[in-house]
Design a binder for this molecule. Structure first.
Ligand code: UDP
Ligand code: GAL
Ligand code: MN
Length: 304
């Protein structure tokens, strides 16, 4: 097939085989408007950097299970229905997913019909009266979950915020040993603006001039072993800070950023994988896969 576009190919007289290449998808050319690899050669996943059919066919040959943790305490239980329904539509479709749902109100969990080979386990946890404690407390619960239950149950794990919804494919292209997601407010900003913890007294301290990316704590994952080490380290650092009466500026997110500085993620996901709000556009984000929903913090949180 020789389309007009193909015939315009610069060197086709010299290299006729290039005609064949031009017939393929743009994946062969990748993205030129964003970096799709880190300085340590980890891929940064953007639309246009992978072929879903190819990558699905590779992982289909393996019998993988993706554990997925989500916390819904207090009023955040209201986000669960959309979270789960949209996950069933877009998240690892056709693969085994085991949701681990941590809540203080098991009786209030919405009834969502799960697809084949999709499972949900509920873990009852105590209510807490500071949202910061709920958010930070996730690290220890994840550490213990991986330690005590997941070894034979899953291959990979993703830990996600509940106040978010899926709008597009989130699939096996996201899998890796240690996976971080670039925060949607900072992907196109210089490092000096990143909201790292800047007080040397905190275990999360990152000095000016250091740091690679600013990662969100609303989504991270990887192999069980690597995420166990991550959650254990962050939990230890959170405990040390608490003992020293200091709380990092963005709680466990500050500790996660410190962790990723010294333990480089093997794969990064672009802000397509955790966007700000579905109604906000951005040139580089061609598809929103998972996005925070708008919420009234003062109304949904137990404290300010
Ligand atoms: N969370 C919860 N109940 C609360 C506060 C927080 O279940 O009262 C959990 C929930 O999973 C939420 C996560 O902690 O997605 C992080 O908190 P939040 O989403 O409020 O932080 P933000 O993304 O707004 O910084
Ligand atoms: C906000 C987000 C917080 C935290 C902060 C970091 O947009 O809601 O959770 O990530 O950015 O500066
Ligand atoms: Mn959130």
């Amino acid at each position: 097939m020789c389309s007009a576009k193909i015939l315009k190919c610069r060197d086709y007289h010299v290299f006729p085989h290039r005609l064949i290449y031009w017939g393929f998808t743009s994946i062969w050319f990748g993205r030129t408007d964003v970096a799709s690899v880190t300085p340590w050669l980890a891929p940064i996943v953007w639309e246009g950097t992978f072929d879903a059919t190819v990558i699905d066919s590779i992982y289909k040959q393996q019998n993988i299970t993706v554990a997925t943790t989500v916390f819904a305490l207090g009023k955040y239980i209201r986000f669960l229905k959309d979270f789960l329904e949209s996950a069933e539509e877009h998240y690892f479709v056709g693969f085994q997913v085991h949701y681990y749902l941590f809540t203080d109100q098991p009786e209030a969990i919405p009834n969502v019909k799960l697809g084949q080979k999709r499972y949900l386990t509920v873990k009852k946890v105590p209510s807490l009266n500071r949202w910061q404690d709920i958010s930070m407390g996730r690290m220890e619960m994840l550490e213990k979950l991986i330690e005590n239950e997941l070894a034979k149950e899953a291959d990979y794990i993703f830990c996600l915020d509940v106040d978010a919804k899926f709008y597009g494919r989130w699939g096996v292209e996201s899998l890796g040993r240690l996976v971080g997601v670039i925060h949607p407010w900072f992907f196109d900003l210089p490092r000096f603006i990143f909201t790292y913890e800047r007080r040397p007294e905190s275990q999360a301290y990152i000095p000016a001039g250091q740091g690679d990316y600013y990662y969100t704590a609303a989504a991270f994952g990887g192999s069980l072993k690597d995420v166990h080490h991550l959650t254990k380290t962050c939990r230890e650092h959170l405990n040390t800070d608490a003992a020293n009466s200091i709380e990092a500026i963005w709680h466990e997110e500050s500790h996660l950023n410190k962790y990723f500085l010294y333990n480089k993620p093997s794969k990064l996901l672009s802000p397509e994988y955790l966007w700000r709000d579905i109604s906000m556009g951005a040139g580089q984000v061609k598809i929103v896969r998972f996005s925070h929903v708008t919420k009234n913090n003062a109304e949904v949180r137990p404290n300010l």
